[in-house]
Design a protein around this ligand. Structure first.
Ligand code: NAD
Ligand code: ZN
Length: 342
């Protein structure tokens, strides 16, 4: 069991890394918000697996189940959840808990942050991606015209990282989440590379180091995009690849190819040791992640998405590379320069 404290001007978060930690999560809520009611927001897949366990641990909680899948992360489903909370005469002093992958924690956090201008919010992420990324750092949101184009900053007061919950996560989803862990290994914490190469993974250590890496970035100011740039390693190409695949590739799979594209740029500029590229490839391959563009995709296909990215920032693209494991550097490049080297 270990704890990480995230303190920011926008609020604080306590992150608990604990196997079979649902009871501890409940106790934390009961102690901080005695006598308050609890609403758990989850999705249909999680409900299949954990309905009984949730009922056993969170005896009096209202459990609100939404359909699994990214399509549910929209303002109408959010409004329906608000209606449910209203129907149950939920008060802003009561507690909303998101129990699920990043879709659920983004949606539940959004609902909690807007319900009567802000109810209490805690998170129990259940996918690897949500544990190491989505549920930490305060970004919530739903999709309207684009991904996460309606959202808030709202830190979960308590986040439980319970590796036991990963036992029911489909392998492809698990591997996809590993892409974000490999991103931390490449840019922020080289020691993670060794943890990831072990025959028997120590998931608690991997969760803790990953959470610490994300916390180290968002610690100073959760709202400052400039400080968050390092988290974009692999994501400039990755987002473009994800969109161009029409989301046939999972986020982590697209990011995996994106990290290799970023390595190509770094190699061409002579800014990365060859061993670093080799190590990142080895880690990605260990988790069966793709490292090459799908056969029907070319680097040129990605240009429109990257140009759009640049329009948003109005300048050259801030592009992150990993000169050596655990280190990062930000380059300013035009989309055309990126295309030539990627
Ligand atoms: N807020 C942030 O900072 C941030 C960062 C990264 C990603 N995100 C968001 O996270 C979302 C993606 O997260 P995701 O990959 O977890 O997607 P997801 O929540 O859709 O989960 C993926 C699939 O795994 C299932 N699942 C999750 N945990 C399970 C478990 N323990 N057992 C069995 N099945 C389980 C889900 O039902 C779903 O089918 C996107 O909406 C993305 O925008 C947010
Ligand atoms: Zn990502």
């Amino acid at each position: 069991m270990s704890k990480i404290h995230l303190e920011t001007p926008a609020g604080n978060s306590e992150i608990l890394i604990q196997r079979n930690g649902l009871d501890e999560a409940r106790e934390w809520i009961e102690q901080k918000h005695p006598g308050r009611r609890l609403a758990i927001i989850t999705d249909s897949n999680l409900n299949e697996h954990y309905r009984e366990r949730l009922a056993e641990v969170f005896r009096d909680a209202i459990v609100l189940v939404v359909a699994a899948g990214e399509d549910t992360k929209n303002p109408l489903d959010a409004a329906n959840l608000v209606k449910e909370l209203s129907k149950h005469e939920f008060d802003k002093g009561d507690v909303v808990t998101g129990f699920g992958g990043g879709m659920v924690t983004d949606l539940a956090g959004f609902v909690a942050s807007t319900y009567k201008r802000g109810a209490h919010y805690t998170a129990i992420p259940t996918s690897l991606l949500a544990m190491v990324d989505a549920a930490i750092g305060g970004k919530t949101g739903v999709n309207v015209a684009a991904k996460n184009d309606m959202g808030t900053f709202y830190l979960a007061e308590h986040v439980l990282l319970d590796a036991e919950l990963l036992k029911t996560l489909p392998k492809r989803e698990f591997n996809s989440g590993m892409a974000e862990v490999i991103k931390y290994a490449a840019t922020l914490d080289a020691s993670l590379a060794k943890d990831l190469m072990r025959d028997e993974l120590d998931l608690d250590t991997i969760l803790e180091k990953s959470a610490r890496a994300k916390v180290s970035v968002v610690q100073q100011d959760v709202k400052e995009d400039r400080l968050r740039q390092v988290l974009n390693f692999g994501h400039t190409f990755g987002h473009a690849i994800e969109s161009q695949s029409d989301y046939a590739l999972l986020h982590g799979e697209a990011i995996s190819i994106g990290m290799i594209q970023a390595n190509k740029v770094a190699q061409k500029l002579g800014k990365q040791q060859p061993e670093t590229d080799q190590m990142i490839r080895r880690l990605l391959e260990r988790f069966e992640l793709p490292i090459e563009l799908p056969k029907d995709m070319t680097v040129e296909d990605l240009l429109p998405y990257i140009v759009r990215d640049k329009k948003k920032s109005g300048k050259e693209i801030s592009f992150i590379i990993a000169p050596e494991m655990g280190k990062y550097e930000m380059l300013k490049l035009t989309p055309e320069e990126l295309m030539k080297m990627g």
